[in-house]
Design a protein around this ligand. Structure first.
Ligand code: FES
Ligand code: FES
Length: 140
């Protein structure tokens, strides 16, 4: 049918069974939160990471109010970044996501949401650590 041709099966899989949906405690000093929107369509994505003392992403959750491609992109992104360093996670390009999920060009901006969201989450985490790090001697 037409519907299954419009979306690649990997997109459908992530869309029907999205991984890591939910929220982390945004007040947790080890949690970074990113909230971004797509100007093109108004869709919104929230992505949160929890980072261990070793600098490794140990937990990740997302909530996406958007199209199937945006949901699939964020689901896929959460799978990718688990176990990564912040540097590795921040280097993931939306074009990699789009390629992996076989998104058509018109859906590129949906995968951009996932790249923007992980970057925003990393920045939020880093900012938190900067402001609390000096107060907690020996914590870093
Ligand atoms: Fe809705 Fe692109 S048309 S996000
Ligand atoms: Fe807006 Fe896909 S159409 S994120």
């Amino acid at each position: 049918p037409m519907a299954s041709r419009m979306y690649h099966e990997k997109v459908i899989d992530h869309y029907e069974r999205p991984r890591n949906v939910g929220s982390l405690d945004k007040n947790d000093q080890h949690v970074g939160s990113g909230l971004v929107g797509a100007p093109a369509c108004g869709d919104v994505m929230k992505l949160q990471i929890k980072v261990g003392e070793d600098g490794i992403i140990s937990d990740v959750k997302f909530k996406t109010f958007g199209c199937g491609s945006a949901i699939a992109s964020s689901s896929y992104m959460t799978e990718r970044v688990l176990g990564m360093t912040l540097e590795q996670a921040g280097a993931i390009k939306n074009t990699e996501i789009a390629k992996e999920l076989c998104l058509p060009p018109v859906k590129l901006h949906c995968s951009m949401l996932a790249e923007d969201a992980i970057k925003a989450a990393i920045n939020d985490y880093k900012k938190k650590r900067l402001t609390t790090g000096s107060k907690k001697a020996g914590h870093i």
